[in-house]
Design a protein around this ligand. Structure first.
Ligand SMILES: C[S@@+](CC[C@H](N)C(=O)[O-])C[C@H]1O[C@@H](n2cnc3c(N)ncnc32)[C@H](O)[C@@H]1O
Length: 302
């Protein structure tokens, strides 16, 4: 990245305009190799030499826990950190939007820690692949449903499968995430990890309006128009009795913890502006440049 940022700004803008969006995302994803090495090496050294570690709290402690085993970014480490702090109870996870199941937030808890999971995926091929993946590795601890979760179905889908209070909900459906979370009422996860849309910036409190069966690439070719801002999700969480414990450093997920559990564990609320990170994969554009591409599309202020 150092080389790229030394290219004069005007030339960078011209190149950005000529090359397709996917090329830039792919280029930025190459940086994952270095990030993963840092996470892994850092975690091993901290575990081997705990006396060296300066005390950290709040967002710094959450980010120091980042580690990727099966998650898209450092969510595996952050979730292990938060769940260990509050203490697990049911040891089960529900996840909406798992792709083929090999890269998602539930995978590490299921495969490393032996948790049970209920996984929902709207794409038939992906749901089938995920069912086969977990049948082989986790047997009947994991149940995969080929279903599109919507605000009017979320309660019925969940109350059949989990106890009224359970440990973790992960939500990454690239669209109506806010509306599904808002509608959830029949059961209560103790921790929620939900994807936010960093292209909306740290200040706006917005979500896409609800459209059944929303498809982000059909809505806008950039793929930047989906989901909700971190502030919208933090406010929704607050209304439902959760604190924002932080966001991962790659601008993908917000971590909400039940306020009672957070207070007992000494986990403090972080402001959305402090927690916000720009999305790593869109780093060739500033956050405001990303927003300008989709600024003509409707948003709901929440
Ligand atoms: C970005 S991918 C999730 C990737 C995965 N969570 C990860 O961390 O890499 C979003 C997934 O959500 C699924 N999806 C979209 N809308 C959905 C819905 N309403 N219910 C369930 N799954 C949905 C898509 O088919 C897609 O596989």
């Amino acid at each position: 990245m150092g080389v790229w940022t030394r290219v004069p700004r005007g030339m960078r803008d011209r190149l950005t305009g000529v090359l397709p969006e996917w090329w830039w995302s792919w280029l930025h994803q190459l940086r994952e190799i270095d990030v993963d090495r840092e996470w892994q090496g850092g975690a091993i050294l901290r575990a081997a030499h705990p006396s060296l570690a300066a005390p950290t709290t709040g967002l710094a402690a959450l980010r120091a826990a980042e580690l990727r085993v099966h998650s898209q970014n450092g969510e595996d480490g952050i979730l292990a950190y938060l769940l260990d702090r509050i203490g697990p109870t049911t040891r089960d996870v529900v996840e909406f939007g798992i792709g083929d199941g090999t890269e998602c937030c539930a995978a590490n808890l299921v495969l490393t820690f032996g948790w049970s999971a209920h996984l929902l995926e709207a794409n038939a091929d992906d749901a089938r692949a995920a069912a086969a993946f977990y049948a082989e590795r986790a047997g009947d601890r994991v149940h995969v449903d080929h279903t599109a979760v919507e605000p009017d179905t979320v309660d019925a889908l969940l109350s059949q499968h989990v106890s009224p209070v359970f440990d973790l909900l992960s939500l990454d459906i690239d669209g109506n995430d806010y509306w599904v979370l808002e509608a959830l009422g029949a059961v209560r996860p103790r921790v929620i990890v939900v994807e936010y849309n960093a292209s909306f910036g740290p200040e706006r409190s917005v979500t896409i309006p609800y459209t059944r069966g929303f498809d982000r690439y059909a809505a806008h070719a950039s793929g930047f128009y989906h989901g909700a801002s971190v502030t919208a999700l933090a406010r929704l969480g607050q209304r439902k009795g959760y604190v924002l414990a932080g966001c991962d450093s790659r601008g993908t997920n917000a971590f909400l913890v039940d306020a009672g559990a957070a207070s007992s564990a000494g986990i403090e609320a972080v402001s959305p502006a402090e927690a916000f990170a720009p999305l790593f994969e869109r780093a060739h554009l500033s956050v405001e440049e990303q927003f300008r591409q989709i600024a003509h599309l409707p948003l709901a202020e929440v």
